[in-house]
Design a protein around this ligand. Sequence first.
Ligand SMILES: Nc1ncnc2c1ncn2[C@@H]1O[C@H](COP(=O)(O)OP(=O)(O)OP(=O)(O)O)[C@@H](O)[C@H]1O
Length: 269
Amino acid sequence: MIRFENVSKVYTRGARPALEDVSVDVQRGEFVFLVGASGSGKSTFLSLVLREQRPTRGGIYVAGRDVARLSAWRVPKLRRELGVVFQDFRLLQNKTVYENVAFALKVIGKPRSAVRDTVPEILDLVGLSGKEKRMPTELSGGEQQRAAIARAIVNRPQILLADEPTGNLDPTTSLGIMRLLDRINSTGTTVVMATHDDEIVNEMRRRVVELSDGVVVRDEASGVYGERESILPEVRRSSVLGTASGVPRRAATGRRKPLPVRVPTHGEA
Ligand SMILES: Nc1ncnc2c1ncn2[C@@H]1O[C@H](COP(=O)(O)OP(=O)(O)OP(=O)(O)O)[C@@H](O)[C@H]1O
């Protein structure tokens, strides 16, 4: 679904490459965490998928398209296959929740009847039924992210890219957002999520691709955030998805307050 073949990206000639000889193959339906220190190249990776940037070297294939060579007029079509969510939500502040989501359909020319049918369905899916008329400022951070996710998926993209989607949210709210992304993934959408959230990565146990100074230093099928396998042996993916292993989050390191084992329903975040 997304293939990088020996991709390098140099923004400024003479500077260290933001990505160097990166080869990654993401299959349809996978959920992949992109981790690494600040400046390691995660956002660059996502912006290359979106064709906001072109690679300096190498091949990039997204949803069957050769993105590095794609002509400019074909880029909008590529982007219809991609939903994107960001740390800072990026909702249109002068539009209601409903209008924010509807806008994504209107700009691609969907008929009014399709908008009327689809928007309530998607708002229900993300747990925002009843909040259609709220303005973004009248929503909690978690609700704003749910609205942003609704907008990103209303078009039924094949791929959802998420750049630090829980970066502005507290741990409990983040968990609700991760349950939602997991549900979207389980319907077949490929998800690639750049994150610094070690708790979430450790508990989800999905594929982890780690970048360091633009180089892939780790690619594990069911990985953790860092090399801490030995101190988190008991944490299993089930705990984040609500089947409750009974293990408090972060029990081993105690850096953040443990989360309640009960996972909030989608309306609570
Ligand atoms: N538009 C740009 N022009 C020049 N250099 C850039 C540009 N965007 C990113 N870089 C550089 O490329 C490198 C990788 O940055 P990138 O934003 O991809 O990292 P990141 O892992 O997403 O970081 P963060 O976690 O802080 O968001 C950094 O050294 C950064 O300074």
